[in-house]
Design a protein around this ligand. Sequence first.
Ligand SMILES: Cc1cc2nc3c(=O)[nH]c(=O)nc-3n(C[C@H](O)[C@H](O)[C@H](O)COP(=O)(O)OP(=O)(O)OC[C@H]3O[C@@H](n4cnc5c(N)ncnc54)[C@H](O)[C@@H]3O)c2cc1C
Length: 389
Amino acid sequence: MTAWDLAVVGSGPAGAATAIGALRVDPSLRVALLDRAEFPRDKSCGDGIAPHVIDLLDGAGVTGIVDGHVPVSRLRLEKGSHRVDRTMRRPTWVIPRATFDLRLVDAARTAGATLLRHRVRELAEGSTLVLDGELEARTVVGADGAYSTVARALGMAPGPTAVALRGYAPTPPNRSGAQVIVFDTEGQPAYAWSFDRGDGLSNVGYGELLGRRHRPTKAEMMERLDTLLPAATDGGTDWKGHHLPLVTGRWRPPAGRILLAGDAAGLVNPITGEGIYYAVATGLAAGRAAAEAVIAGHPATAGARYARMTKRLLSGHLRHVAAAAWLGQHSRVVDAGLRASTSDQRVFDDLVELGLARGRITTTLARGLVRELATGTRSRRIEPRRNGL
Ligand SMILES: Cc1cc2nc3c(=O)[nH]c(=O)nc-3n(C[C@H](O)[C@H](O)[C@H](O)COP(=O)(O)OP(=O)(O)OC[C@H]3O[C@@H](n4cnc5c(N)ncnc54)[C@H](O)[C@@H]3O)c2cc1C
């Protein structure tokens, strides 16, 4: 059996970033990057890549990720008859995951990781860690997504979850050059989106928070998507659904030699459904923590190192985003947020930051919300729109 210094389970953004993070500490480490799928592989996603992700990758020496793709600066938020259409402080990107993830995996391989096609089913902990009786490792990072085998092996309980469905459809002129998000006015917190890829197609989809009783079917999600974004499914292909494990304010990484990153760690932004920023940020940190622990000769200290790094990186933000998601379950608060974003670009910018990366509920944002909640009258309430775009 090869004894790996680090075995990374899953080669999505979290897994590839983990390998890159470890090999930046020491390029001679033996890092196995495992995935059950062969790359390039598709992943159900809105394909929205925040500029902060590119910053993190740049900082880790990974370049060329957005080559050939066009930046998107406009964000349109809608709920019922209300619409905010503004330019974001920094443009985002819409890159199909088959391309984005392959570029990250290639960067990890260039850094020295060994990519292995392998579906992990079992993880045994003894003097070393053994995967499926055939792969031995000093440290393991579970980056195996929303249905993580590694998180289950650690006994992690699942938290709040959303479900979403996406497809690719021709971009109509009225949604060209923009990311469009339309909040649902009925039932569970939910929204539909249309993200222009810039090549004639848009990533379109619908997602909602899963309640205790209601589990939407594919047909129901397609129907909500078409209701919120009329004709969004016309000419659509590649429909694919997936669960999103949402952040809570109480996130704690496990101790010891087995770490979790990205969706496997339950890290999806509950306001926007964005998870790639957290996946890359926690992946880079997990890789660094595992590498430093192995080099120090104490693999079991990886968890404590990772906890320190992620606390610095995320803990304040995660509390703020969890509080904002809780508030956002109240329709009046979402209405107030849209009105405040209409009247003040700074509120809009702060909301975007909270939804995309490490933002907080700033004083500007809180003041804007309170002002609109206080002045919102019955006549200003946002009613469901009846006649589409
Ligand atoms: C419909 C939808 C829209 C979304 N839109 C956005 C968006 O626009 N922007 C954004 O930032 N985020 C978005 N997200 C969230 C984003 O897709 C995830 O947060 C992101 O993919 C997390 O990356 P990851 O590497 O943790 O997991 P994944 O990307 O899921 O990668 C996990 C990898 O592990 C592999 N794997 C799983 N189990 C095993 C196993 N047992 N053995 C070996 N390999 C295994 C899988 O094959 C996969 O390659 C969306 C999610 C959904 C469902």
